[in-house]
Design a protein around this ligand. Structure first.
Ligand code: G1P
Length: 272
């Protein structure tokens, strides 16, 4: 099955875990190797067949992100990508950010990619989400360690066949005590417009915010959600150590940097 041609990228957020880098520069524009985080995410979406990306951003930074994609020479591989900016005027959580784009999404299905997470080279997950869809929503999952159960949304699993399963519900950051499984939501989703309807009717949840995971729970309880369990983690560029790791992993995957970077890393090992 072919996937949606629309992707939504929630890229708002104050980036408090990346201070002082994010005092002036929006975190979505922090570079990983030679391009900002949002470009990595847009390229991933385009590899999955997306032709339009909607970025949800904070007040005041929309023009910077738009300019990155539209000013000057077209970005290689993204020449035909339509970029739209939606401003989330006040912080209200991830679910609220997605709902902010409701009008621009309309009645289309869409991929949703969290811009704090970058896929490892060769480990794209969007095509497997499209392949697993039976007309409802699909979430990317990964078996996570116990210490991650208070950092991720966690799925309530139903019947599983290989890497695909029915999702019966989802809980935001349940912690080890309340986790219904060890299957974490890793920040890649395929949604039908039903998710917007669910979000519009939600009360604030975990942390007093409108949670995307609660909307997933709503559609899952109606039998409208499946999951795909991947075996590769995503790179968390929302924290300094993750950003460093991402630069190394993505740097090593680039032929022009591989030899020099490998040599440099080996030289560090010799120092120890
Ligand atoms: C968000 C989601 C959470 C998901 C996580 C993936 O949390 O709310 O369900 O598991 O992204 O990275 P955040 O990292 O914004 O706290």
């Amino acid at each position: 099955m072919t996937g949606p041609e629309l992707a939504l990228v929630p890229a708002a957020g104050l980036g408090t875990r990346m201070r002082p880098a994010t005092r002036v520069v929006p975190k979505a524009l922090l570079p990983v190797v030679d391009r900002p985080a949002v470009q990595h995410v847009a390229e991933e979406a385009v590899r999955a067949g997306v032709t339009e990306v909607i970025f949800v951003v904070d007040l005041g930074v929309g023009s910077l992100i738009r300019d990155h994609f539209t000013v000057g020479e077209p970005l290689p591989g993204l020449e035909n990508l339509k970029v739209r900016i939606v401003v989330q005027e006040e912080p209200g959580g991830l679910g609220h950010a997605v709902l902010t784009a409701r009008e621009s999404i309309g009645d289309r299905s869409f991929f949703c990619l969290l811009s704090d997470n970058i896929v490892r080279p060769g480990a794209d997950v969007l095509p497997s989400l499209a392949a697993a869809s039976d007309g409802g929503s699909v979430v990317a999952l990964r078996e996570v360690g116990e210490h991650m159960l208070d950092r991720y949304g966690v799925a309530i699993p139903g019947e599983r066949r290989g890497s695909e399963l029915e999702v019966l519900g989802a809980v935001e950051k349940p912690g080890i005590e309340n986790a219904p499984s060890n299957l974490g939501l890793v920040g890649r989703y395929l949604f039908t417009p039903e998710i917007l309807e669910a979000l519009a009717n939600l009360e604030p949840g975990y942390g007093g915010e409108i949670q995307l995971t609660d909307a997933i729970d709503f559609v899952a309880r109606r039998g409208r959600c499946r999951g795909v369990v991947g075996d590769s983690d995503l790179l968390d560029i929302g924290i300094p150590l993750g950003l460093l790791e991402a630069a190394v992993v993505l740097g090593l995957s680039r032929t022009e940097f591989r030899d020099g970077l490998t040599e440099f890393l080996r030289s560090l090992e010799e120092l120890r």
